[in-house]
Design a protein around this ligand. Structure first.
Ligand code: C2E
Ligand code: MG
Ligand code: MG
Length: 656
């Protein structure tokens, strides 16, 4: 390596005494030594140049003719050469070239003294050589350089011995020898010290480098998802921040960036049915498919659980993104072969073009809203956030805000909808349904606020309020009518809520046989194990359990058998097309399933006599619907019960 100022490791030019020391140094040391020497040498060349400039001028006063030419010439050359060396050394340069520059300057300095002595010999001027020896020692870039300059200076001194008396010569000779030795020692010590400093600097740089590598590795790890090796949640937010910062810096708010949120449908049940190992392998396989389908410039990350995100920042159009999302859904829905099993899963996608003027949270909320819409529309689809969604999201936000500050005791009321037993032809139970009237935003339909309360974690408070009010009603009724109360998924996996229900019923001495809890299949699937445990606890406390919205979920015979349910409530959506021959067939098989399981079957959404006849034909045990009454107040329910028994008596009389 051609390194500056230095005879370093492996270099033939290295001087022996320094060899061991320097041989320990590597090429990095050479560069570090160079860095330390450069300002020293530049200072040296600058002073020499300045000195000989001054001398060149001063020679005009002391010399003339040929003497002036000789003295002035050699001084001017020394000034110019050292000036050039000073200029050139503003940058690093190869070691040999530096050495040559310094040697030239040193020799020119000796030449100045030699010329001066030749023109006008004065013994005391011999001390110039001694001074030069010391100066060379201090400024030499290496030992060889120093040695050579000193030898030349001493040689020049010797050349004037003929003009000195013996005693004076001996004096100068000893002085020159002592100066030479002192100079060599100084060179050695100085260089030694500089190499140590260089090595210390290098150590510090190495340590810094190590720290950098370690922190970089830690950073990479902290940005990567350990299961799928995809960038993680933090990396996702960092990428979003980068894009936002870039947009702010470029003052461009029109860069087309798409935010794509992907959530797997029914991943929980894969975990429950096939186990967590298969679940993990499935997530890895999904990550692989996402990576293999990813568009150029896309940033794919895993948010956690079964949620993945993609940020696409290469300017795709809306149609291109929509096409890509659909292709991705198809790819995700292809069966996975995991641990010898064929596993199927689909995904739902919420997609949104980033609006750089909005904050990050709002962007994600909007994409999330599109994702929830995709889920709500039946999953395995992609929904693009639209202006209509923006309006809905605003409404949703207003409902959530009003719910958060709601005074539930005053604002939640219960209505009851009768359930009629077809065999006994009588009202046997009433479903308690919540109604919310907010002083801020008015009356909100339950389908909306219950869902929002579930999504925002506010449902627990509503459930406990409904339970409290339902129990209070039950207690106040002279002839208690059995009631059923809806529980949401959040309630089912909350030990605290289940404890509170059981405790409250015990405290009020409620007869648990009068109370049924309705749970949905989807609610069960949030955490099947936990939900089953809590259902068992409720059943153990004597409450009846009904499976609500039956037929819209998994309807898997095997798991239904394991649940402590006494009733299947067939979702009212099946009654939407009573004229369709398929409706009767489907209802027949659902009722048959209830029979096989040994539980009751209730058909919801019975609105007219045609529906009722069909319910009877398919073998339902009970019905609920507008034919027997819309959800009504407690007083109206009691009247309905009385009215129903009167009508029943009339019917019996007529039949009799
Ligand atoms: P759900 O539990 O399936 O309740 C039955 C819903 O069907 C009620 O709507 C009822 O008014 C409606 N319905 C009953 N018969 C008919 C009919 O013949 N035709 C039609 N078109 N609809 C009928 P509602 O009260 O609006 O409740 C909607 C959903 O909100 C409920 O469905 C339930 O999932 C939820 N919900 C209501 N109250 C509560 C509650 O206190 N807690 C929880 N967790 N969910 C509740
Ligand atoms: Mg219900
Ligand atoms: Mg229902």
């Amino acid at each position: 390596m051609d390194c500056a100022y230095g005879t370093l490791r492996g270099s033939k030019a290295i001087s022996r005494p320094l060899g061991n020391l320097v041989s320990k140094a590597n090429s990095k040391t050479a560069a570090a030594v160079q860095d330390i020497y450069r300002p020293i040498l530049r200072g040296y060349f600058a002073i020499v140049a300045l000195y000989y400039c001054v001398m060149s001028v001063s020679h005009f006063w002391y010399f003339d003719g040929l003497a002036l030419l000789a003295m002035g010439g050699v001084a001017v050359v020394a000034a110019i050469v050292s000036g050039i060396a000073f200029y050139q050394l503003r940058k690093t340069m190869p070691a040999r070239q530096v050495e040559h520059r310094q040697l030239s300057v040193n020799l020119l300095m000796i030449a100045n003294v030699v010329v001066a002595l030749n023109l006008n010999f004065e013994p005391q001027k011999m001390t110039y050589f001694i001074m030069l020896v010391m100066v060379f020692a201090l400024a030499s870039v290496n030992f060889r350089q120093s040695l050579f300059s000193i030898i030349v200076a001493c040689g020049a001194l010797m050349s004037f011995t003929g003009q000195l008396e013996t005693a004076a010569f001996e004096g100068y000779a000893f002085l020159a020898f002592a100066a030479a030795m002192a100079s060599l020692s100084i060179t050695y010590l100085l260089r030694n010290a500089i190499i140590k400093i260089a090595n210390a600097r290098l150590d510090a740089v190495d340590q810094l480098e190590e720290v950098k590598i370690v922190s970089e590795t830690l950073r990479e790890r902290s940005l990567s998802d350990s299961l799928t090796a995809l960038p993680n949640r933090r990396a996702f937010f960092e990428r979003l921040r980068e894009l936002k910062a870039k947009a702010a810096q470029d003052q461009i708010h029109t860069d087309v960036v798409w935010l794509v949120l992907i959530d797997l449908d029914g991943f929980k049940s894969v975990n429950d049915i096939h186990g967590h190992l298969v679940g993990d392998l499935l997530l890895q396989a999904v990550a692989g498919r996402l990576n293999s389908t990813k568009m150029e410039g896309a940033h794919v990350s895993r948010m956690g659980g079964d949620e993945f995100n993609v940020i696409v920042s290469s300017g795709q159009s809306k149609d291109e993104i929509a096409q890509w999302c659909n292709d991705l859904l198809k790819k995700l829905a292809q069966p996975y072969s995991i641990e010898g099993r064929s596993v199927r899963i689909s995904g739902s996608i919420g997609c949104k073009q980033i609006d750089h003027a909005l904050d990050m949270r709002s962007q994600i909320n909007q994409a999330d809203f599109a994702l929830m819409t995709a889920k709500g529309q039946g999953k395995n689809r992609a929904v693009m956030f639209s202006a209509e969604h923006a309006k809905q999201a605003e409404e949703r936000y207003a409902i959530e805000e009003a719910l958060r500050s709601a005074n539930l005791v005053n604002e939640i009321e219960l209505v009851f909808q009768p359930q009629v037993d077809l065999e006994r032809d009588t009202i046997v139970r009433a479903e308690a349904l919540a109604r919310w009237s907010s002083p801020k935003i008015g009356t909100i339909e339950p389908g909306k606020f219950i869902q929002i309360a579930e999504d925002s974690g506010l449902i627990g408070g509503i459930t406990l309020m409904v339970v409290e009010k339902a129990f209070a009603e039950l207690k106040s009724w002279e002839n208690p009518i059995p009631i059923s109360i809806n529980l949401s998924s959040h309630d089912l996996i909350s030990d605290m809520i289940i404890d509170a229900i059981i405790d409250q019923s015990a405290a009020l001495k409620i007869d648990p046989a009068l109370v049924e809890f309705e749970v949905t299949e989807t609610a069960m699937m949030t955490d099947f194990e936990k939900a089953t445990k809590n259902l068992d606890r409720l059943a153990g406390a004597g409450f009846a359990i009904a499976l609500d919205d039956f037929g819209t979920g998994y309807s898997n015979f095997n798991y239904l058998r394991t649940l402590p349910i006494g009733k299947l409530k067939v979702d009212r959506s099946f009654m939407e097309n009573p004229g369709d021959p398929m409706t009767e067939k489907v209802l027949f098989s659902l009722a048959g399933m209830a029979r096989t399981l040994g539980v009751h079957c209730l058909l919801e959404g019975i609105e007219d006599e045609v529906d009722l006849l069909m319910a009877k034909r398919v073998g339902a045990n009970a019905v609920q619907g507008y034919l027997f009454g819309e959800p009504m107040t407690s007083a109206a329910l009691h009247e309905a019960v009385i009215g129903f028994s009167d009508k029943q008596a009339e019917r019996r009389k007529a039949v009799g």
